[in-house]
Design a protein around this ligand. Structure first.
Ligand code: ARG
Length: 304
């Protein structure tokens, strides 16, 4: 059996403090305007998540939430962030962010504030579309995996978004068609654990895409539709060897521990009211082109 190597990324995150978290509209099946989050409890859960990340050896940088952007707490969705490759020919910026161009107008204002924040931190930024025109891309749909990025499309990111991301970063993008309305972002159905293992919920995808994803993961931890939707188990993050999870059925926890991971449960149930969990609240900023994602000049999109 081949040995698995830990992920190189997942130690540095951007998060948005929930100062204005509400459910103001309904753009996914979890959101219910009659079920509002409690501000104090939301803040306490968010603080506990930050502490758990730090305890596991990670670091968090905080972006202010806009008062008109209740979903901005789901920082994962702001943009796809990469560190620059190291080497003499590359720019001296901290990295690059392909900003999301959200599917729903209700969230589009989030990215302009986020772009300003990233630019202030030395990142270059780019946009794949504007004001509903052009490609749609929502980070949370894209992860470094294997020979490129795996990117979910359908409910949020569209096919043009796959192409834009591949071309913008100069990488291979493997598109996976999401068909399940409740798993509208890839991060609700897929979580990389190390270089061989990942949590995968095949029920999120059409048949070809589910098969293609399973073929890319040597040792998948397959979860059911019910597990994905009720525990948000795939919406976990990995900090070193610690898996921070919102919930874990025994079977899933046992498998992770057998693989040598430490499972740390963090209750972020208030954020489930908006349809997101731990991964959605955290955006990793230490994915490196050329190390975690092989370069492929010009970019390439591969569909199953
Ligand atoms: N209410 C948000 C939306 O529907 C939730 C985003 C969840 N984020 C995620 N990365 N899955 O857009």
């Amino acid at each position: 059996m081949e040995l698995a190597a830990p992920l190189n990324w997942g130690r540095r995150y951007v998060m948005v403090r929930p100062d204005h978290f509400r459910v103001d509209y309904r753009i996914n099946p979890f959101m219910d305007l009659d079920q509002q989050p409690d501000p104090a409890l939301s803040r306490a859960q968010w603080d506990a998540l930050v502490s758990a990340i730090e305890l596991a050896g990670g670091a968090v940088e905080v972006v202010e939430q806009r008062s008109d952007a209740p979903d901005m707490v789901y920082a994962m969705n702001l943009g796809f962030v990469v560190e620059r490759p190291e080497g003499p020919l590359v720019s001296s910026s901290a990295g690059h962010v392909v900003m999301s161009h959200m599917r729903y107008a209700e969230r589009r204002m989030e990215t302009s504030s986020a772009a300003t924040w990233f630019a202030g931190r030395g990142f270059t930024t780019s946009h794949v579309g504007r004001a509903g025109v052009g490609a749609h891309l929502e980070a949370g749909d894209a992860f470094a995996w294997g020979d490129g990025l795996v990117v979910g499309y359908g409910p949020r990111t569209d096919e043009l978004g796959l192409k834009a991301l591949a071309a913008e970063l100069g990488v291979r993008v493997r598109g996976l068609r999401i068909t399940h309305p409740g798993m509208y972002h890839l991060d609700l159905a897929f979580c990389p654990l190390d270089d061989r293992r990942a949590i995968v919920c095949p029920a999120a995808f059409d048949e070809e895409s589910a098969a293609a994803l399973l073929a890319l993961v040597p040792e998948p931890l397959v979860i059911t539709e019910e597990e994905a939707l009720t525990t948000f188990a795939a919406n976990s993050i990995v900090v070193g060897r610690t898996v921070l999870m919102p919930g874990a059925p025994d079977r899933i926890r046992d498998q992770l521990e057998a693989w040598g991971f430490t499972v740390q449960l963090v209750d972020v149930s208030q954020f489930h009211l908006g349809g997101g969990s731990i991964r959605c609240l955290t955006n990793p900023i230490d994915v490196r082109l050329g190390r975690d994602v092989p370069m492929r000049p010009g970019g390439e999109v591969v569909l199953p």
